[in-house]
Design a protein around this ligand. Structure first.
Ligand code: UDP
Length: 334
C-alpha cells in the first residue's frame, strides 16, 4: 500500500515523508517545486513533479500508483501577508487545488485524505486555548482558503465517502534533529527562521510587528510545535482513518503560548548571539493570540509530542541553519 504525499518537497511535507519512510511506509511524492525543494525529498520516495491543478497529471500519477491507502495533502500557499495582497492566488491554489484533488480521488476510488488546515481558520479567538469546536471566522484570506477546504472535504465525505482528517496547525518550527532537512523559504517570512537569519548575520535586525496587542508584553502570542512532532501526527491521523474511524479535525499545538519577544529571548539563549531587534508597526491579518487546546489529538490520536521546550525547538532550527547556511541552495542563488 502506498501513501501519496502532495507537497512532499515542502517544509512540513518533507519531514512527514521522511518519518513515513523511517516507519516503513511506501511513499510517492507529488510537488510542483514552486516552493518545495527536490533535495528535501527522502530518496526512498518516488517523485512526480507536477501541479495539483493539473487533472491529467494527477490521473497519470494515480494510474501508476494503483494501491493508494491514503493521501496527505500539504500542497498549499501559507503566507498570511501575501494572502492579504493576493487573495485569489490563495483561493485558486489552495481551495481550487483541493477540488481538483478530490475529483481525482473520487474517480480513482481513493478514500482517505489527511490535510494541512490551520489555526488561521479560527481568526481572532473567542477563548484561549482554542478548541476544535470554537467558531471559525478567519481574519485573512489564507485562513479563509483553508476553511473552504475543510467545508468542501466535509461535503465530499458525505457524498463520495472520502474520509478526512483536518489538522489545524498552530506555529510550526524546528528541523530534523540530524540537521539533514529543514525550513527553506524564499522569501522567508516566518519569525523563527528570520530571527536565525539575524543570528547568522544575514540580516541586520529583527522587526517585531506590533507591540500594542492586548498580550503580556504587547507582542503577538503563538503556540509552537516541532515539525517532526507535527509530521508524526499526520501518520497517526492516517492510521486513525485506516482503523475505520470517522472524519475529524484536530488542533496541533503545544498548548503553551510564547510572545514574539519571548521567542526572541529564547533564540538569543539558544544561539548565544545578540540578535538585534526593533519595534515595528503591526502586520495586517495577524490575530493577537493563538494557543491550541491540543488534548483532543493527544487523547483520540494518541499523539505524544517529543519536544516541549521552545528553546530545544529553536536549537534544531539553528543546527539546520548552521549546517545549511544557504538552505538547499537549489535555486541557483549565490
Ligand atoms: N513576526 C515578526 N517579525 C517578522 C516575522 C514575523 O514580528 O519578521 C511576527 C508576526 O507578526 C507574528 C509572529 O511573528 O506575530 C509569527 O509570525 P509567522 O509569520 O512566523 O507565523 P504566523 O503566526 O503568521 O503563522
Amino acid at each position: 500500500m502506498t501513501v501519496v504525499v502532495l507537497g512532499g518537497a515542502g517544509y512540513i511535507g518533507s519531514h512527514t515523508v521522511d518519518r513515513l519512510i523511517e516507519k516503513g511506509y511506501d511513499v510517492a511524492v507529488i510537488d510542483n517545486l514552486i516552493t518545495g525543494h527536490r533535495a528535501a525529498v527522502n530518496p526512498k520516495a518516488r517523485f512526480y513533479q507536477g501541479d495539483i491543478h493539473d487533472r491529467a497529471f494527477l490521473d497519470e500519477v494515480f494510474n501508476k500508483e494503483t494501491n493508494v491507502e491514503g493521501v496527505i495533502h500539504f500542497a498549499a500557499f501559507s503566507i498570511v501577508p501575501e494572502s492579504m495582497k493576493d487573495p485569489l492566488k490563495y483561493f485558486d491554489n489552495n481551495t481550487g487545488g483541493m477540488i481538483t484533488l478530490l475529483k481525482a480521488m473520487r474517480d480513482h476510488d481513493i478514500k482517505r485524505i489527511i490535510f494541512s488546515s490551520t489555526a488561521a481558520t479560527y481568526g481572532e479567538p473567542k477563548q484561549i486555548p482554542i478548541k476544535e469546536t470554537d467558531p471559525q471566522i478567519p481574519t485573512n484570506p489564507y485562513g479563509e482558503s483553508k476553511l473552504c477546504m475543510e467545508k468542501i472535504i466535509h461535503w465530499s465525505d458525505l457524498a463520495y465517502g472520502i474520509k478526512f482528517v483536518a489538522l489545524r496547525y498552530f506555529n510550526v518550527a524546528g528541523a530534523k534533529a540530524d540537521g539533514s532537512i529543514g525550513e527553506d523559504h524564499h522569501p522567508e517570512t516566518h519569525l523563527i527562521p528570520i530571527i536565525l537569519q539575524v543570528a547568522a548575520g544575514e540580516r541586520t535586525g529583527l522587526k517585531i510587528f506590533g507591540t500594542d496587542y492586548p498580550t503580556k508584553d504587547g507582542t503577538n502570542v503563538r503556540d509552537y510545535v516541532h515539525v517532526v512532532d507535527l509530521a508524526d501526527a499526520h501518520i497517526l491521523a492516517l492510521e486513525y482513518l485506516k482503523a475505520g474511524n470517522d472524519s475529524n479535525a484536530f488542533n496541533l499545538g503545544s498548548s503553551t503560548g510564547f510572545s514574539n519577544k519571548e521567542i526572541l529571548e529564547a533564540a538569543r539563549e539558544a544561539t548565544g548571539q545578540p540578535i538585534p531587534a526593533e519595534d515595528a508597526p503591526r502586520r495586517a491579518g495577524d490575530p493577537s493570540t493563538l494557543i491550541a487546546a491540543s488534548d483532543k489529538a493527544r487523547k483520540v490520536l494518541g499523539w505524544k509530542p517529543q519536544y516541549d521546550d521552545v528553546k530545544e525547538i529553536i536549537k534544531t532550527a539553528w543546527n539546520w541553519k548552521q549546517t545549511h547556511p544557504k538552505g538547499y541552495n537549489d535555486r541557483g542563488e549565490a
